[in-house]
Ligand binder design. Structure first.
Ligand code: GDP
Length: 425
């Protein structure tokens, strides 16, 4: 059962795109199992940037098949744009890309309401990417969603779109927005459905067949554990399960099929949007990490909030994901600092906490340990043993505090800027 799950161990943007891209040559099938076009994976291939929101980054490897599974929510326009972008770079997706007929469709009203609500919340905004992901999941759970398969059935689509728009009508009235007409949505989405049709199928059975053939399957998560709907900093979370367990429901496989979970973590921490972030640095150190790490969202361009590594959050991530190992990214960003701080526990009302509490995360005081930094350039290191001594000590300390070993270490954005890359299966 060679299925491997790669998940974000922090607040997303951990560099999952690069790691999945590195592991893909070892995989037969790459499956995106949750989230929507709010996730942006930036890949650097031969010095050129490619940003993918929906299609697994594995698509860049000819010979690898890619699935966008039913746990995701899809904006057909974004998906079709990615397909065109890839063809323009000479990457053909024909016969290699499979899109679930069960995945839910992001409709114009979802994007509109996302923007209207965030505007209304003002300072309390969740900081969504306004791509309609939350409202689409809302409709999915409310059993009034439209699925990709419906786009291929115009009469059924019209019925569903009509009911869906009726359900949103009072909300739009209250928020002062204008709903699109049934006719315009149906006409647009029937057209999009026609263009998507060659890729649409029951992807769970493709994954199943792959498991039966003992092929290697890479299950790619979106966002991060601290943004998971059940385990994250609710309500400042995404609308789906970003944890490894989400791979089962989202891809349509049983837990027994998963043999390994790799959690991706930066060597420091970042967060986009609102919500508690105990180790946030609001001083020059925060600016320094932001600039050195290029911490600006790949989907929205928003500056990311930056801070020291948060071990209590990582500990929880290790537990709820059943993490087998950590892939540590962006170690190079810390180069040049005299010393590094790591939050090893929180203090809340005089109590020491080793993991995030039910509430009060916004009031916890990080308890820091200070470690010496390093000045040597690490971007050329291809083995952990080649890293400066203090960088090695930093990694060892993380392993000790989190209780999970660090496998791979990423020392730069490019594919080859990686230490200790081995076959993950
Ligand atoms: P993802 O959504 O988890 O894939 O993360 P993003 O793609 O949004 O952000 C990760 C960013 O960091 C991208 O711009 C990557 O090219 C870059 N990146 C990944 N690994 C490293 C690394 O080890 N060092 C540096 N400097 N950049 C990295």
């Amino acid at each position: 059962m060679p299925a491997l799950v790669v998940v974000g161990a922090q607040w997303g943007d951990e560099g999952k795109g690069k790691i999945v891209d590195l592991y893909t040559p070892y995989a037969d099938l790459v499956v995106r199992f949750a989230g929507g076009a709010n996730a942006g994976h930036t890949l650097v291939v031969g010095g050129e940037k490619v940003i993918l929101h929906l299609i697994p980054s594995g698509i860049l490897h000819q010979g690898t098949r890619c699935v966008v599974a039913q746990g995701t929510v899809l904006d057909p326009e974004v998906l079709l744009n990615e397909i065109s972008q890839l063809s323009a770079r000479g990457v053909s997706v024909e016969g290699r890309l499979f899109v679930s007929d069960r995945a839910h469709v992001v409709l114009p009203q979802h994007k509109l309401v996302d923007g209207l609500r965030e505007a209304q919340k003002g300072a309390n905004a969740i900081g969504t990417t306004k791509r309609g992901i939350g409202p689409t999941y809302e409709d999915k759970v409310g059993r009034r969603g439209v699925r990709i398969g419906d786009l291929l059935r115009p009469a059924l689509l019209e019925e569903k779109v009509r009911a869906n728009l009726e359900a949103w009508s009072p909300i739009f009235e209250k928020l002062g927005g204008t709903l699109p007409s049934v006719e315009s949505v149906v006409a647009q989405y029937v057209e999009l459905g026609k263009r998507l049709e060659p890729y649409v199928c029951d992807t769970a059975s493709i994954v199943h067949t792959s498991i039966q053939k003992d092929e290697k399957i890479l299950l790619e998560g979106a966002q991060g554990t601290m943004l998971d709907i059940d385990h994250g900093t609710y309500p400042f979370v995404t609308s789906s399960n970003a944890v490894a367990g989400g791979a089962c429901a989202g891809a349509g496989i049983g837990p027994t099929a998963i043999q390994k979970v790799i959690g991706i973590s930066k060597a420091y921490a970042t967060r986009v949007g609102g919500g508690p972030f105990p180790t946030e640095l609001l001083d020059e150190m925060g600016d320094l990490l932001r600039n050195a790490g290029g911490e600006f969202g790949s989907t929205t361009g928003r500056p990311r909030r930056c801070g020291w590594l948060d071990v209590p959050a990582l500990r929880m991530a290790a537990r709820v994901n059943g993490m087998s190992e950590i892939a540590l990214t962006k170690l190079d960003v810390l180069t040049g600092l005299d010393e590094l701080k790591v939050c090893v526990a929180y203090e809340l009302d005089g109590e020491k906490l080793l993991e995030p509490p039910y509430d009060g995360l916004e009031s916890v005081k990080p308890i820091y340990e200070t470690l010496p930094g390093w000045k040597e350039d690490v971007s050329g290191c291809r083995k952990r043993s080649e890293l400066p001594e203090n960088a090695q000590k930093y990694i060892e300390a993380i392993e000790k505090w989190v209780g999970v070993k660090v496998g791979l270490v990423s020392v730069g954005p490019d594919r080859d800027q990686t230490a200790d890359l081995v076959d993950p299966f």
